[in-house]
Design a binder for this molecule. Structure first.
Ligand code: NAD
Length: 247
């Protein structure tokens, strides 16, 4: 066990669950934070029956107070935190001309406000300690405007890339690095739930490597960026999109 500690938001399912498993395999103690507390608890229990190396935390990423409470609970439980993975996200596909103020705010809050508050609260803790890692899960949509994901989602994810740079710049001198990963479409439940099979086949035809991405690889990248050795990667965005967007 490495004795390092990570908090992953949106860890109840999808990429967050894969991230939590991967960090745990890598020897981390893992806090699985989500508004869906029951599946988060079930996965935490599967990873660590006695709760010694995994726990679930109810955390709504749109609320700064929830991040503060999670930080305090983890300091109480395990004494410190080494890495934050801002993974929680959500989107509803709405044509750009039809997006309402409520829909825009909701999607921006979950995808972007989350990164602001998570990085303020845990970045502050890391800066005090003189070391820490923040990994933000952005999206290809934030780089190319997206296709089937919604303009509010694409705009929020573009904002995640900007906040990654701002926090990376401001926290670097305190030993804290902040990086992003921008996945293209991944082979995850949400993709199969929200895109019809025939439409998905057409999407896959447009991907140069000819298949959806593996969440496990995105999780491997997150573990690499969270390691102590990763101190020279800062403010970067690691593209994982099968060649859909090259720069
Ligand atoms: N699936 C993909 O192909 C893909 C591609 C690029 C980027 N991403 C990004 O990866 C991340 C995870 O996506 P996913 O496919 O696993 O999505 P998902 O919808 O399957 O899972 C999202 C998780 O976040 C949680 N969540 C939602 N709102 C929350 C809130 N307010 N507070 C706390 N938790 C909340 C949900 O309960 C759920 O467990 C997101 O940031 C998404 O934008 C996904």
């Amino acid at each position: 066990m490495s004795n390092r500690i990570a908090l992953v938001t949106g860890a109840a399912r999808g990429l967050g669950a894969v991230l939590a498993r991967r960090f745990h395999e890598a020897g981390y103690k893992v806090a699985l934070a989500d508004i869906a507390i029951e599946p988060a608890q079930a996965l935490a229990h599967e990873l660590s029956g006695d709760g010694s190396s995994a726990c679930a935390i109810h955390l709504d990423v749109t609320r700064k107070a929830d991040f503060e409470a999670a930080r305090d609970a983890l300091l109480e439980r395990w004494g410190t935190v080494d890495a934050l993975v801002n993974n929680a996200g959500a989107s509803k596909v709405v044509p750009v001309m039809d997006i309402t103020a409520e829909q825009f705010d909701q999607v921006v809050n979950v995808n972007l406000r989350s990164v602001l508050f998570g990085s303020q609260v845990f970045g502050g803790h890391f800066a005090q300690r003189g070391t820490g890692r923040i990994v933000n899960i952005a999206s290809l949509a934030g780089q190319n405007g997206g296709s089937a994901t919604g303009a509010h989602y694409a705009a929020a994810k573009g904002g995640v890339l900007a906040l990654t740079k701002v926090f990376a710049r401001d926290l670097a001198a305190s030993g804290v690095t902040v990086n992003a990963i921008s996945p293209g479409p991944l082979d995850l439940p949400i993709v199969h739930e929200s895109v019809r099979a025939d439409e998905l086949a057409k999407v896959i035809e447009t991907i140069p490597v000819g298949k959806l991405g593996a969440a496990s690889y995105v999780a491997d990248v997150a573990v690499v960026l969270a390691s102590g050795d990763a101190y020279f990667a800062n403010g970067a965005c690691w593209d994982v999109n099968g060649g859909l967007y090259m720069r």
